[in-house]
Design a protein around this ligand. Sequence first.
Ligand SMILES: *Cc1c(COP(=O)(O)O)cnc(C)c1O
Length: 440
Amino acid sequence: MENFGGKKECAYEKENGVGNGGGVEIKKKWCFKANESISAASGITIRGTLGMLMGSRNSNDKRETIPLGHGDPSAFPCFRTSLIAEDAIVESLRSSKFNSYSPSVGLQPARSAVAEYLSCDLPYKLSAEDVFLTVGCIQSIEIVLSVLARPGANILLPRPGFPIYESRATFSNLEIRHFDLLPEKGWEVDLDAVKSLADENTVAMVMINPGNPCGNVLSYVHLKKMAETAKMLGILIIADEVYGHLTFGSNSFIPMGTFGSIAPVLTMGSISKRWLVPGWRLGWITVNDPNGYLKDAKIVDSIIGYANITTDPATFIQAAVPKILKETPEDFFENTRSILRESAEIIYDELDEIDCIYCPHKPDGSMFVMVKIDTSLLEDIIDDIDFCTKLAKEESVIVLPGICVGLKNWLRITFAIEPSRLQDGLRRMKDFCQRHAKKL
Ligand SMILES: *Cc1c(COP(=O)(O)O)cnc(C)c1O
C-alpha cells in the first residue's frame, strides 16, 4: 500500500480475510467528516419549523391553508412589486451590458444610488465608498459578523430576535449575550441589561428597526439613548433596517445612522421587503461613521477583504438599482403601507377577543406581531410548539412558535397577507382556542 509520506495513512486500514480466501485485503477508510459547527449553528430554524408545521396539517381538511408564519408576502397578488422595478430589471437584462462579473464591492452607479437614497434621511451625506452591495441582507449579516469575529469577542443580540444572527455568530465562534426587548415599553431595548452584559471584549450590539419579530418602530429619543449607551461601552451598533420605511403607525422610521456621529453604525438593508422582491437578492452594508472610527479599526478594509472572497449579487440586478431606488412611485409604497395598516388593525382587534392570547403592543411597522399565549387557560396545550402543531393540524393555520425567535410560549404572527384571508385565519385561531379552553 502506498504511504503518502506517512501523512495519508488514515485513509486505509487493513482487514483480515474478508471474502478474499483468507488473504489480506486493503479496505478504504475515508478521512472526510462534516464540519460540526454547521449543525451547531443551524439548530432550530424558522424554515425548518415552518416545514414541520406544514407537514402536520391534516390532508383531509379541504379548506385552504392560511400561512401566517412566513416572512415573504410576494406570493400574494396584493403584494406585487412595482412595475418600475420590473421594467428596471428587464431593461438592464436586455441591454446586454451586464453579463460580466461586477466589482466585488458592487457596481459604482448602484453604490452611488444607495448612498443617495439613504442620505435623504441622514444629517450627513454618505458616499458610494460607504456602500457595499450584498446578496440580500442575509449576506450583509454574514459579512458583518464574520468581520467582527476575532477570537474572544462577544456580541449583544436582542431577545426576541432574528435567529440568523445566533446561527452566524455561533458559526463564527462569536460569543452571544442576549439582552431583552421590553414588551410593556413597546419592545424598547433594555439598556440597563446592555450595560451590564458588556465587557471589554464586547464588539457590537444588534438592533432590528422596524422590528422583526415585534412589529415595533423605535422613537428618536430611544435610538439616541442607544447610541449614547454604545458610545459609553465603546461598541458599534449593527442596525438591521431591512424593514426601513415599512411603517404605518405614529412613529415614523428614523435610521440609526442619524446618530452615527455619537457611535459608529453599520447599517444593513435590502430591496427585499420594501419592494417585496426577496428573491432578487440585493442588499447592502453602509458605513455610517462620520468620525471614521470603523476605518481606523480596519473594519472597512475587512469588509472589502471579505467581499473579495465571497460572491456578489447578480450584475444585471445591481445595474437596475438606480432606477428602482429613484423612480419607484410613492403610491406603490403607500399602497403596501395601507394594506399592512389595515391588516395590523384586524389582527390587533381580533386577537383581543381571544382570552388565552395577549398582545402587548399593536404593530406599527414591519409585518409581524408577537403575542403571548397563556397555556394555563388551555386544556391540553403544553407550550408554543404544541399550540402551533395542533393549530396546523386542526385548522390548517400556520404560525411561528415564539421559541424560534427566543421567547417560549409566545407566537410570531405575520399579517402580510390579504386582509380577507387574515380574517379567516384569525377566526380559525379563535375557534381553536375556544375548543381547547379549560372548562371552568
Ligand atoms: C428578511 C430579513 C432579513 C433578510 O433579508 P434579505 O434581504 O431577504 O436577505 C434580514 N433581517 C431581518 C430582520 C429580516 O426580517
